[in-house]
Structure formats: structure tokens, C-alpha cells
Write a protein that binds this ligand. Structure first.
Ligand code: NAP
Length: 344
């Protein structure tokens, strides 16, 4: 048996943040290494995903979303790791798994089953390292894929607008829409990101929402209007998109990152009547509502990655203790592409 340390660490939530999380809202807790019970495995986590959903779950979540984190308990989040103890023959020692119990060095869990979140084996190869399953080959990639094809029902010739265009989901959505031959507009929060969206991701136009007058910038980027809005931001971006959408346009409501750190819930778009007037469809979704699309999506994404048709930058923080800082940095827009924490 592999020699394992007697103790391990996890990041707990000790206070629900008001606004942007502070370091004091988190505590690093060391405990004895957990023992897997019957049917369970022990996983040594190697990479953790830093996701906006973590910030949502730090609040009291009053909707049908994933449950709020408990105070004085480990935070949860997607992670990949190696099975180091196993009481499940289907998940042997040495295998790699993707699971939702990150923000800790070691995690105990059973295999995923209907109605139960758990470990899913992943095929780690030279061209598909484990951490890719936290991004381009994982839920992030699936979000971009189903958001465009299943939720927004992308059609030939659609003009597509993607907000959060330099981030993990948005960057993939822009590239996938470009691969299908669409005219694509991206937005982001800095001039450097705008250049990246145009030059590296291949968007036809891009603008920086920090420069102000979002509706005018969107009009300049897509003078004849848009057919699809992939919404990562909500708020003022959604409002500008509702004005720019052409009749029968469609919105994939993917996220609302402009609201997650707000203390007061921001007002909804003031021009929702545009949806009535133009017969628009606004459809929210979570990628995990489309598990049946995972295989086809991975097949296509593997092909794009192998052909170098999709670029996939990562912003990497080192060590468990950096997870809270990584979350703050990502929420502030200090990332490009997927934000990850690499564990020692
Ligand atoms: N529906 C689903 O299943 C699903 C799954 C995954 C993620 N999501 C959602 O998708 C969105 C993107 O997630 P991600 O993981 O790809 O994160 P990300 O885009 O890699 O990182 C978050 C980005 O949000 C931007 N941002 C922060 N505050 C903003 C504001 N007030 N206005 C505009 N932009 C702001 C920042 O970029 P700038 O520098 O450009 O401001 C930051 O880089 C989030 O809304 C998330 O909740 C949904």
C-alpha cells in the first residue's frame, strides 16, 4: 500500500461573506486522514477547479440551485485526483476520478449513482491530462457546448454575442461558435482581454464593458443586431442584449456573475418587454441537466483540441491555501481561461 500522510487539510467556510469574500471567511483545518468505508474510495486530489458557483453556495441559496455550504464544514467544488485506497472494484487504486468534493487534499466518497454525487472515472492520457476534465473536457466545456446548441438552439447564420468572453466558459463558447462559422462578438473587462478575444479566440468583434455605454458598444460590434446571447454576466449585459436581439432571438441564461458578490440583489433588466415585442426566448440551464450530451461533446472537443482548433488557457494557483485567493482573483477578473488550483 502507498505510504500516506497521517493527516490532511481542508478549507472550511467559517462565515458567510458579505460582498467579496475575505480570508477570514475561510479556515484551513487539519484532521486525521479519513478512512474509506464499505463501497468507498479515498482520493488524493491533484487539481481543484475554482468556480463562480462556489461563491453562490457561500450564501444562503434560496432556489433550486445546489445547496449552500454549511458553516464549519469543508467547502465543496470540482476536483480530480488519484484513487489511493479503494473498497470499490470499479474504482481501483491508481485510477483517476472527477468528483465534487474538492477544497481539500484528500476526499472520501462513493461512486456517482442516480441521486448521489460522487466519483466518476476519467481517462487520463498524454493528450488529456487530468485537469482538462475540470475545464475543456468537463462541465465547463459542456456548459459552452449545450448552452449554444441545446439551449440557444444555434442556427446557421446566427450572430452570436458572448459575455465573459475571456473566461473559461465564455472563451470556449466563442471558439465553438466560430468553428460553426458564426459571426461572434465577445465582451470582457479589460483592453488586454479584448485583444485576446479577437486575436487568440478569433472573435469578429470584441469590446470592453469597463469603457461604458454597453448598448452603444454592442451596436457598433453588431450593427444589424444579434440572434443569440450567451449570458455569463446578467445585469447591464442582459439589458443591452435584449435591445440588440433580433426578432425570435434566443438567450442562453448561463450565469449572472455581476450579481454574485452584490449585497443587494440587482434589479432585473428594465426592458424585459423586448422579449414580448420580439418573440424572444430566454432559457436558463445548468450543464448537469444535459448528461446525455457528455459523450458527444467530449468526442468533438477532443477532436478540436487535437487539431489545435480550440485554445484553452489556464490561470493556475499552487497549493490548497491559495484556493480562497484564487476564488477572489477569478471573481475580480484576474484570470484568463480556466482558474485552477494545483495541489502539491
Ligand atoms: N449554467 C451552468 O451550468 C454553468 C456552469 C459553469 C459556469 N456557469 C456560469 O458561467 C459564468 C462564467 O463562469 P466561468 O467559470 O467561466 O468563470 P470565468 O468567466 O472564467 O471567470 C469569471 C469572470 O467573470 C467576469 N466578471 C466578474 N465580475 C463581472 C462583472 N461585474 N461584470 C462582467 N463580468 C464580470 C470576470 O472577467 P472580466 O475581466 O471580463 O470582468 C471573470 O474573469 C458564470 O456566471 C458562472 O456562474 C454556469
Amino acid at each position: 500500500m502507498t505510504q500516506l500522510p497521517p493527516t490532511c487539510r481542508a478549507i472550511h467556510l467559517v462565515e458567510r461573506p458579505v460582498g467579496e469574500p475575505r480570508r477570514a471567511d475561510f479556515r484551513t483545518v487539519e484532521t486525521a486522514l479519513p478512512e474509506p468505508g464499505p463501497g468507498e474510495i479515498l482520493v488524493r486530489n491533484t487539481w481543484m477547479s475554482i468556480d463562480p458557483s462556489t461563491r453562490i453556495r457561500m450564501d444562503e441559496v434560496g432556489s433550486g440551485y445546489m445547496p449552500s455550504f454549511e458553516i464549519d464544514r469543508p467547502i465543496e467544488g470540482w476536483a480530480v485526483g488519484e484513487v489511493v485506497r479503494s473498497h470499490d472494484p470499479a474504482l481501483p487504486v491508481g485510477g483517476h476520478v472527477l468528483h465534487p468534493f474538492g477544497w481539500r487534499e484528500f476526499s472520501v466518497m462513493a461512486a456517482e449513482a442516480p441521486g448521489r454525487m460522487g466519483a466518476v472515472p476519467i481517462e487520463v492520457r498524454d493528450d488529456a491530462p487530468a485537469h482538462l476534465y475540470l475545464g475543456a473536457l468537463g462541465w465547463v466545456g459542456l456548459t459552452a457546448y449545450v448552452g449554444l446548441f441545446d439551449v440557444a438552439e444555434l442556427r446557421d447564420g446566427d450572430v452570436v454575442f458572448v459575455s465573459g468572453g475571456a473566461g473559461a466558459v465564455g472563451g470556449l463558447a466563442i471558439q465553438i461558435a466560430k468553428l460553426r462559422g458564426h459571426y461572434v462578438v465577445g465582451s470582457a473587462g479589460s483592453a488586454a482581454k479584448v485583444a485576446y478575444i479577437r486575436d487568440e479566440l478569433g472573435a469578429d468583434a470584441a469590446f470592453c464593458y469597463q469603457d461604458g455605454d454597453l448598448p452603444a458598444q454592442l451596436r457598433d460590434a453588431a450593427p444589424d443586431g444579434i440572434d443569440v446571447y450567451f449570458d455569463n454576466v446578467a445585469g447591464d449585459h442582459l439589458e443591452a442584449a435584449l435591445d440588440a436581439l433580433r426578432p425570435r432571438g434566443r438567450v442562453a441564461l448561463c450565469g449572472a456573475i455581476s450579481a454574485y458578490n452584490e449585497v443587494e440583489a440587482p434589479p432585473g433588466p428594465r426592458n424585459l418587454f423586448e422579449a414580448v415585442a420580439k418573440g424572444l426566448t430566454l432559457r436558463g440551464f445548468l450543464a448537469r441537466m444535459y448528461p446525455e450530451r457528455l459523450d458527444e461533446f467530449r468526442r468533438e472537443m477532443r477532436g478540436w483540441l487535437a487539431a489545435g482548433e480550440v485554445v484553452y488557457p489556464e490561470t493556475v494557483f499552487e497549493g490548497l491555501e491559495q484556493a480562497p485567493a484564487a476564488l477572489t482573483a477569478m471573481m475580480r477578473g484576474e484570470n484568463v481561461g480556466k482558474t485552477l488550483v494545483k495541489l502539491d
